[in-house]
Design a protein around this ligand. Structure first.
Ligand code: FAD
Length: 598
């Protein structure tokens, strides 16, 4: 009898009623689905479970910053993301107004779209930022993870776990059958969001508070192209009576799809309990903020969420790790939530792979907390400060003291007065708008993350003091711990980013022609440690040339020196010159980064 084989790999059934895997991921949001994608791309067996039948049902996250886009480029999915995204040049003419059809208070060019800032963004990365709603991004991540090996289980709920020296036993509930079963994994990642049960079960330590303000999302369809198409943005902030409550500071009309699908974020007073919002109420909010009383609106959803100001100071316990909103909980200001969640998983997955493959000591995993907990604190602080800074605009307009809607409207109107008070108000509004650069053009926050841990080996130098404001501006450097600077290099036929030459599955050593001896050294270290350390020699006559001479300005070492890049594109170490024994230097360094012991 012919046995047909259509090439589809079968799922092996377990011998017992315990399912086994290397890594179990709880949650298929940005943190969980990206962790699954990273692990599967590195060949690590993993199962991802998620409580619901599908991915995110509201388009919460959208701004996808350059660091995240670089990661997608590394994983080979950047084009898929761009195909579903609103591009960089259409996301940045951010408007502050009294309604979308009404008067403008001011505009700010955001997300690097100001010509004076655009160069910073172009120079910093091979990838520009874009806007992709979470409802579009998650399916791309889940699809690619699953195609590369992840076993994805929808309608499967994490219940509890126990851990021992060899692994974690996780009790899960199949919500379709109502039956419980156990998954035995070597490691568990809790990517189960801001109300993480996994984090609660390992009693992660937190600082800050949850639910400090209430927000409501109203999603709707309405074609308002003629009101916005000439000033394309994802964000239209509406200062209007009734909108300056809650955590956001103003009513926000956010583009989901240009220019007929939208999301309104509307604050409510959390101390007054949960508001009852009918479809008719929601339609009225939409019409008020758009400023068109008879606008044809289809309400597609209403949901409530809490604004938080809380971060974990340690992200793991034994074999259990938490990532994403489970460890940093904050308002959407600066658009950092999903981005940071994906970047957490990018940091964690290569370390798990290295330990599981026997290439690294288990202590490497501790550096996940050491490196990412300070980032969690930084972004929670930044996002909340950005939210609070909206008050400066209200103060500038004088409306923070308004007691009635009429008074508020009169105060907004008085910014036009031809009086010394009117002139002072205009100056104050301008200054308040300038501060919003810290929310919408915080390039340094997005790209300037710097790790200090045992997985980074110092070179004796101190990190250079920033020349410009470190929150607004990213300054490239190869100081150990920072992100690899981007430069275009290549040859007469191809152009690569330095990031393209340092893919996720390996360590990469950049050097110049007089540093060619590093190549043999790196090969010997690779053989000895069983870890890929690939050398890229950049210079004329080599496979890769320094096309614009940018790399030689950025590399921060002499031509015969070397820059060692970790799989996650952070600098693990650098040597200013070729030492007498490059093999010994590299062996010591890679062994130290991987916690291989003596
Ligand atoms: C209005 C709004 C706008 C935003 N805009 C941006 C932005 O522009 N840019 C940005 O970067 N971020 C933004 N964010 C933040 C972003 O949405 C979050 O930071 C992001 O979703 C966090 O991802 P996560 O994977 O950690 O958690 P979540 O997305 O919350 O995912 C949690 C996952 O865990 C699963 N789960 C939960 N409990 C269990 C359980 N017991 N068992 C099994 N599965 C479970 C859920 O099903 C889900 O799949 C915004 C948020 C809001 C509300």
């Amino acid at each position: 009898m012919v046995i047909f084989n259509d090439g589809v790999a079968e799922t092996e059934t377990p011998d017992s009623n315990v399912v086994e895997t290397d890594v179990l991921i709880v949650g298929s949001g940005p943190a969980g689905s990206s962790a699954a994608l990273f692990l599967s791309s590195l060949g690590v067996p993993n199962i991802m479970i998620t409580k619901y039948r599908w991915t995110a049902n509201t388009p919460r996250a959208h701004i996808t910053n350059q660091r995240t886009m670089e990661i997608f480029r590394d994983l080979g999915i950047e084009e898929q993301v761009l195909a579903d995204a609103t591009p960089h040049h259409m996301i940045g003419d951010t408007v502050f107004c009294t309604s979308i059809a009404g008067e403008e208070i001011g505009r700010i060019l955001t997300w690097g779209n100001h010509p004076a800032r655009h160069a910073d963004y172009e120079l910093a990365s091979p990838s520009l930022n874009c806007d992709i709603p979470q409802t579009y991004l998650e399916p791309i991540l889940v699809k690619n993870a699953t195609m590369r090996g992840t076993q994805t289980q929808f309608s499967t709920e994490y219940l509890s776990h126990t851990q021992d020296d060899d692994g974690v036993s996780v009790r899960v509930l199949n919500r379709l059958t109502g039956s419980e079963y156990t998954i035995r994994a070597k490691y568990l990642i809790g990517a189960d969001g801001a109300r993480s049960k996994v984090a609660a079960d390992i009693a992660l330590p937190y600082e800050g508070q949850m639910d400090i303000a209430g927000s409501m999302n109203i999603t709707f369809k309405a074609d308002i192209a003629e009101l916005v198409g000439h000033r394309p943005s994802v964000l239209y902030w509406v200062v209007q009576p009734g909108s300056n409550i809650g955590g956001i500071g103003a009513g926000l009309v956010r583009m989901v799809r240009p220019w007929n699908e939208w999301l309104i974020v509307w604050g409510f007073d959390i101390n007054e309990g949960t508001p009852e919002v009918s479809e008719e109420d929601a339609r009225q909010v939409v019409r008020n903020l758009i400023g068109v009383p008879d606008l044809d609106v289809e309400i597609t959803g209403i949901s409530l969420w809490g604004n938080n100001e809380q971060y974990a100071t340690h992200l793991q316990k034994g074999r259990v790790f938490c990532a994403g909103d489970a460890v940093h909980k904050h308002p959407p200001s600066n658009g950092l939530g999903s981005n940071t969640s994906i970047q957490d998983s990018y940091n964690l997955a290569w370390k798990l792979a290295a330990v599981l493959n026997g290439q690294a000591g288990e202590e490497l995993l501790e550096t996940y907390s050491t490196e990412r907990a300070p980032v969690a604190k930084q972004i929670v602080t930044r996002a909340n400060q950005s939210g609070r800074e909206f008050v400066k605009l209200f103060e500038a307009l004088g409306i923070d003291k308004a007691e009635t809607p009429e008074e508020m409207l009169a105060l907004i109107e008085s910014r036009k007065d031809s009086t010394p008070e009117g002139a002072a108000k205009r100056r104050a509004v301008q200054e308040a708008m300038e501060i919003k650069n810290y929310e919408f053009n915080a390039h340094g926050v997005e790209l300037g993350q710097h790790y200090v841990s045992s997985a980074v080996v110092g070179d004796g130098s101190t990190k250079p003091a920033p020349q410009r404001d470190p929150e607004l501006y990213y300054e490239p450097s190869t100081h150990p711990g920072v992100r690899l600077p981007h430069a275009w290099v290549g040859d007469n036929a191809r152009k690569y980013s330095t990031h393209d030459l340092a893919p996720y599955g390996q360590f990469t050593l950049f050097t110049g022609i007089t540093g060619e001896d590093w190549t043999t050294a790196a090969q010997k270290v690779s053989d000895q440690l069983g870890v890929t350390v690939k050398t890229v020699v950049i210079g004329p006559g080599q496979d890769i040339t320094d096309l614009y001479f940018d790399w030689s300005k950025l590399r921060g070492v002499e031509e015969d020196g070397a820059v060692l890049v970790r799989p996650d594109k952070h600098i693990g170490w650098r040597a200013d010159r070729l030492p007498a024994n490059p093999e010994a230097a590299l062996l010591d360094t890679v062994s130290a980064i991987l916690n291989r012991g003596a």
